[in-house]
Design a protein around this ligand. Structure first.
Ligand code: FE2
Length: 162
């Protein structure tokens, strides 16, 4: 532990950090009742967890007052938010519904290796910053809809094989 930044929190603990970060970003504060309702847990569980996260220096929590993220907590919240966005954008890109993309991003963001997250972020950035939708993505969308490779793909394959 100490200044070690490697993963020391469970997925559930990380979800608290993410939720607190989102609440503070959206409203400027985070309260136990709101955290409980978002995470679908009872307020006493939130209180216990906040005390635990306070001991580990991720948050500053005083009973009957709000909770704020420490520098360490903010840094983790930012990493999770970035991963969440990358994963969600990637899933939507390959045709997953917004709802499932959101749900799966929130599960995977806690388990994904930093290298994988980084490369995936680069990939999403590369595709989305392209001047137009890359042909392979248009072709993939067609493939999803029809189950067939577009003609252009087939021609290229034939040329290669002959
Ligand atoms: Fe998330």
């Amino acid at each position: 532990m100490g200044t070690d930044t490697t993963k020391t929190l469970s997925a559930s603990e990380e979800s608290y950090i993410e939720t607190i970060g989102n609440l503070i970003r959206e409203r400027g504060y985070a309260r136990v009742t709101e955290i409980a309702s978002i995470l679908n847990v009872k307020p006493p569980s939130v209180t216990n967890m906040l005390q635990k996260l306070d001991e580990q220096k991720y948050v500053t929590y005083k009973r009957y007052r709000g909770v704020i993220l420490t520098k360490k907590g903010r840094s983790l919240a930012k990493t999770l938010e970035r991963r969440h966005n990358t994963l969600k954008r990637f899933f939507v890109m390959i045709g997953v519904s917004d709802e499932n993309a959101e749900k799966d991003a929130c599960k995977i963001e806690h388990e994904i290796d930093p290298e994988t997250a980084k490369k995936l972020a680069k990939f999403v950035e590369f595709v989305q910053s392209a001047p137009r939708t890359p042909p392979f993505l248009e072709h993939f969308t067609q493939y999803l809809e029809t189950g067939e490779r577009p003609k252009e793909c087939k021609v290229k394959i034939q040329i290669k094989e002959s």
